[in-house]
Design a protein around this ligand. Structure first.
Ligand code: ACO
Length: 325
């Protein structure tokens, strides 16, 4: 019998400190950086984001989301045989946040590793978990996106620091006789490394370069809309489906204008697009599972719905996963 994978539970977690645009504008004004709620809302759709306290790591946010997803799936941590954490803001240089999270879950022994594909990390991680389940390497996977992007923001650069937030989302993905995940499509093009990066590293006990986020916003914007359309179309074609089969588009939550542009190209009305960027900001690899869990818990997404998840981010990386929920 063909083996498929299916999401059996979703979960998410936001650190308690909610920072509105007005809060952030006041904080930035104290250091001579000017911004406003009007500018941020008009250009991005963001109204608020959550920031973790300085000692809270991505594995800490991720373990809360993972526990919520396990509870929703009716599974114990001991039943999990694969943990993948998508993050660009890991707890340490090594080991992976996945191994740290595994220990926090109170289990040991199963495979655990991180995936680094920036804002596309969750669709990459979900595709890897699906492949491992379909080939029999795993039966019950936790796939988590967890980020503390506030750690790598340059708060003197108003063109980037207003865009991002912290958070985590998770799914339990299990072996199933019926799909589940219908198709996926992943890409990267390293020639665009410079338009969105954190150009720093560690060497000899020192930081080399600048470990803060740099972005050419307009270049990212133009690339993002194009690749999100092509990835969605390629994924639909692989599954033998059309745009009309999509019940919900759950894109990476970077900017409402990127989401509107993508929906327009796919001829999908905005009431078929899950939007949480207004409340979460851009949480990179966490944004898609956070949006998915929020749509499941609010009753928007229902069992049996066909979902198109789409990520795009630094690298440049992009990809999509089509699934029956
Ligand atoms: N507050 C007030 N003014 C600002 C701010 C701010 N936070 N940031 C920039 N400005 C000013 C600029 O200085 C500029 O002023 P000037 O005309 O006097 O020079 C003016 O606003 C316009 O700046 P632009 O950069 O041209 O603004 P744009 O309309 O391109 O919007 C933005 C910038 C929101 C970053 C946009 O380019 C964008 O959405 N890009 C996509 C990037 C994105 O979403 N990245 C997320 C990470 S990537 C990912 O997840 C895929």
């Amino acid at each position: 019998m063909t083996q498929f994978s299916r999401i059996t539970g979703t979960g998410s977690y936001l650190p308690p400190r909610r920072v509105t645009n007005a809060d952030l504008a006041a904080q930035l004004a104290a250091t001579g950086v000017e911004t406003s709620d009007d500018w941020i809302v008009e250009r991005t759709g963001i109204r608020a984001r959550h920031f973790a306290e300085p000692d809270v790591t991505s594995s800490e946010l991720g373990v809360h989301a993972a526990r919520n997803a396990l509870e929703a799936a009716g599974r114990q941590a001991s039943e999990v045989d694969l943990i993948i954490v998508a993050t660009s803001t890991p707890d340490m240089v090594f080991p992976s946040s996945a191994t740290i999270l595994q220990h926090k879950l109170g289990v040991g022994g199963c495979a655990a590793f991180d995936v680094q594909a920036v804002c596309s990390g969750f669709v990459y991680a979900l595709t890897v978990a699906d492949a491992m389940i379909r080939t029999g390497s795993a039966r019950c996977a936790l796939v988590i996106g967890a980020e503390v992007f506030s750690r790598i923001l340059d708060f003197s650069d108003r063109t980037t620091c207003v865009l991002f937030g912290d958070g985590a989302g998770a799914v339990v993905l299990e072996a199933s006789d019926t799909p589940g995940i219908l198709a996926s499509d992943l890409h990267a093009d390293g020639k665009h490394v410079g338009i969105l990066c954190v150009p720093g590293t560690l060497s000899g006990g020192k930081v080399l370069g600048e470990p803060l986020l740099k972005m050419d916003g307009q270049a990212v914007f133009k690339l993002a809309v194009g690749v999100l359309e092509s990835a969605a179309r390629a994924t639909l074609a692989k599954a033998g489906k059309t745009e009309a089969d999509i019940d919900w588009l759950i894109p990476h939550q970077a900017n409402i204008r990127i989401m509107q542009g993508t929906a327009r190209k796919l001829k999908l009305p905005m009431d078929k697009v899950v939007v949480t960027v207004d409340q979460h900001g851009n949480t990179s690899a966490a944004s898609i599972p956070l949006a998915l869990d929020s749509a499941v818990r609010s009753g928007q997404v229902k069992k049996g719905d066909t979902l198109m998840l789409e990520g795009v981010g630094g690298g440049f990386t992009w990809g999509a996963v089509l699934l029956d929920f």
